[in-house]
Design a protein around this ligand. Structure first.
Ligand code: NAD
Ligand code: MG
Length: 394
């Protein structure tokens, strides 16, 4: 019986993973090792009972008492706090979903790779902050990382049977997010609820706002570079409002392999779950005659400064990915709290990176985890200071 863990089981990707496991037979078909959540203890307990997990862990230490009560006499062990989540990653499992949001997904992901598991990676932030470490850890332990981000799953599928050396370009598609048709001048005043109205995908709150600012696409450009090992100038971004082509790979003979499907994360989660086979998945089938046309347009860098910042990060490497992601997480927190305007998120990230410049290190250094975590922390401190200064300027 295949053993499975899910980190971030109560989130958008986590719940869709649970849905697929349930459809494939649930507790009777898989041995569920660890399930983790953040603050939603009630939901975590429900899933853990249903799937008869060995252990349920919530990130919030204050949730332990409630988690224990809710799982009394269920046979599910309980724990809480970030260290307990990392320990849950030490429990061997064959297939592990990494679907925590943010840099908090890095340590559990690295620890999963140590026992040679297959890591289904939704947590793009771990590749952005520490791509070389993650890839080296996988190689050292014979572990496999399968991309779950829809674009990267699409690229991965378009590469099956091909030689990466024959790749000329990778074209990442972007929906353009909730505000793509707003006039540029109006963006500064966009509110949280405006940015949350994603046209095509139902996702967690943070990634939805990151889609509107294209910080999500900026992370994905860096993720592409780190995961597939292509050069930054081989990676393009195109706005494709229908979100039906999930990404494309262009080869040296001019052919482009595109991956199409309904915008449903259960496709890429299911592909990773069933890989290298394909199995039936409960996703809508495309009616191409009804769709009739697919459209594309170039992204306007004035609207999406995050894309320009991603280029700087890729040129710099070292610890700049860790700093970029951490500053972006702070900028998003500030926007969510109503303390920072929509367009000022990129300004905050840029100013934070500039302030940290001397500390970001050289180009291809394979920094240790401690350096990455220290930079993550430092960048958060600097970003909060910079945000305060920006609030003073405003
Ligand atoms: P979400 O906010 O819906 O869920 C995040 C999960 O992580 C929840 O279980 C939450 O409780 C947990 N969590 C939050 N903070 C934590 C912390 N500090 N420590 C431990 N656990 C914590 O997020 P999501 O939309 O499911 O996204 C998860 C990851 O997948 C992100 O990296 C995102 O970029 C990526 N992703 C999501 C989608 C999507 O459709 N939602 C698509 C592609 C990639
Ligand atoms: Mg994506």
């Amino acid at each position: 019986m295949r053993s499975i863990s899910i980190f971030g089981a109560t989130g958008s990707v986590g719940e869709q993973t649970v849905d697929l496991l349930r459809r494939a037979g649930g507790a009777g078909a898989f041995r569920v090792v660890a399930l983790t959540g953040g603050r939603n203890v009630a939901r975590l307990a429900e899933i853990a009972r249903e799937l008869q997990a060995e252990v349920a862990v919530c990130a919030d230490p204050d949730g332990l008492v409630e988690l224990r009560e809710r799982l009394a006499e269920s046979g599910v062990a309980v724990a809480a706090g970030p260290e307990a989540i990392a320990e849950a990653a030490d429990r061997p499992a064959d297939w592990v979903m990494s679907a925590i949001v943010g840099a908090a997904g890095l340590v559990p992901g690295l620890r999963v790779l140590r026992h040679g598991a297959t890591l289904a990676l939704a947590n793009k932030e771990s590749l952005v902050t520490a791509g070389p470490l993650l890839m080296a850890e996988a190689a050292a332990h014979g572990a496999r990382i399968l991309p779950v981000d829809s674009e990267h799953s699409a690229i991965f599928q378009a590469l099956v049977g091909e030689d990466i050396a024959a790749v000329e370009r990778i074209v990442l598609t972007a929906s353009g997010g909730a505000l793509r048709d707003w006039p540029l001048e109006a963006l500064a005043a966009a509110r949280v609820e405006d940015a949350l109205a994603h046209p095509n995908w139902a996702m967690g709150q943070r990634i939805t706002i990151d889609s509107a600012s294209m910080f999500n696409k900026a992370l994905e450009v860096i993720e592409t570079r780190e995961f597939f090992g292509v050069e930054p100038d081989q990676i393009e971004v195109i706005i494709h409002p229908e979100s039906l082509i999930h990404s494309m790979v262009g080869y040296r003979d001019g052919a482009i392999m595109a991956h199409l499907g309904a915008p449903d994360m259960r496709h890429s989660i299911g592909y990773a779950l069933n890989w290298p086979k394909r199995a039936d998945l409960p996703v809508a089938r495309l009616d191409l005659a009804r769709i009739a046309s697919l459209t594309f347009r170039a992204p306007d860098l004035a609207r999406y400064p995050a894309l320009r910042l991603a280029r700087d990060v890729m040129a710099r490497r070292g610890l700049s990915g860790a700093a970029f992601n951490a500053a972006k997480e702070v900028a998003l927190d500030q926007f969510l709290a109503g303390r920072l305007g929509f367009m000022r998120m990129a300004e905050l990230v840029e100013r934070t990176l500039a302030a940290l410049d001397p500390e970001l290190g050289g180009s291809n250094l394979l920094n240790g985890l401690e350096d990455v975590l220290a930079m993550d922390h430092l960048a958060r401190v600097r970003a909060v200071e910079t945000a305060r200064r920006m609030a003073g300027d405003a």
